[in-house]
Design a protein around this ligand. Structure first.
Ligand code: ATP
Ligand code: MN
Ligand code: MN
Length: 300
């Protein structure tokens, strides 16, 4: 009889998109009323901003074929029958032994939507130089009982210390519980150097304020403290992309913020697929506009 109802993304900014969506009315976030089509429309609108963070870099993907309440698969490797717009990448260190995942264009992103990818987690390095990260991420993970204001304080603390090291820090919600402070890097130092730098930063902060921070993942000691998770900065590690959706209640997104507005943010899941575009339209300037021109080398 008739073919399954197919939708497509309303792309903007002159981007062509040819990927047909099957089952566009499938609810991915039932509580927030966000469908597959809604996800495609969100990503099509956000494409110019998200592209530099997800194109041509290895990606780990959280796939939820039945939406956030169904089974979930965290995938770092290509799968059988993968959408043709999603590309496999060969890690130069392992060759063709392992097929990593990447996208090149808006069709690739729509391929991810069609494949029920609800979270996009890139590496901190681009494929043009796998061995030299172009960003540093400090992932702030509040333990139980930590007030949101303390997470904001911690982000500012990380930001000030990165600035003192000659880097330009940016802050975003994770869309979960914490905040991410991200510094764009000139891809000069290798993974070992960037990891050691971020470890020293975390350990110094934990030594200065042992009442507030810990730098090692020891669950028992986490209560009331913020884990400074520096391990996003090692080869093969990932963190959620700016503007990526999260497979959590309310359809939250990881939202880039300005340092000035950080004090008014009420929680990590404040921005969602349902309010993100209104926010971005209302903002006079992209708070991360200078991210890609603010790259500085890490001083070992
Ligand atoms: P929150 O603010 O709630 O901490 P987050 O995205 O920072 O949100 P974390 O648990 O701190 O969540 O970070 C986990 C990171 O580790 C993810 O961003 C992801 O890139 C990576 N990761 C590695 N393995 C997995 C996995 N199996 N499932 C989900 N994420 C994983
Ligand atoms: Mn985190
Ligand atoms: Mn973490």
């Amino acid at each position: 009889m008739s073919a399954p109802e197919a939708g497509s993304a309303r792309s903007r900014a002159g981007q062509k998109c040819t990927v047909a969506l099957t089952h566009p009315d499938r609810l991915y976030w039932p509580d927030a009323g966000v469908t597959k089509q809604g996800l495609a429309d969100y990503y099509a609108a956000i494409w110019p901003r998200i592209a530099p963070f997800i194109v041509d870099r290895p990606l780990a993907l959280l796939r939820c074929p039945e939406g956030i309440d169904g089974p979930r698969f965290f995938q770092k490797n290509g799968w059988k029958g993968m959408n043709a717009h999603i590309r496999t990448l060969d890690d130069p260190a392992t060759g063709t032994a392992e097929h990593l995942i990447g996208i090149h264009d808006l069709d690739g992103l729509m391929g991810l939507v069609q494949s029920a990818v609800l979270e996009i987690h890139p590496w901190g390095a681009a494929c043009r130089d796998w061995e030299r990260p172009d960003q540093l991420v400090m992932d702030l993970d509040p333990g139980e009982g930590v007030a949101w204001e303390r997470v904001i304080d911690a982000a500012r603390d990380v930001g000030e210390r990165l600035e003192a090291s000659g880097l330009t820090p940016y802050v975003k919600t994770s869309g979960g519980k914490g905040l991410h402070v991200v510094a764009p890097l000139k891809p000069e130092a290798d993974w070992e150097t960037v990891k050691a730098f971020s470890r020293t930063l975390a350990q110094t902060m934990a030594a200065d304020r042992p009442d507030r921070y810990i730098a090692t993942i020891t669950k028992a000691k986490r209560h009331g403290k913020i884990l400074l998770d520096y391990l996003r900065n090692q080869r093969g590690a990932t963190s959620v992309a700016p503007y990526s959706t999260r497979a959590r209640a309310g359809a939250p997104v990881s939202m880039p913020l300005s340092w000035d507005e950080l004090g008014q943010i009420t929680g990590s899941a404040q921005f969602t697929v349902n309010n993100a575009l209104t926010r971005l339209t209302a903002l006079r300037a992209d708070p991360w506009a200078a991210f890609h021109t603010a790259r500085r080398p890490i001083q070992p």
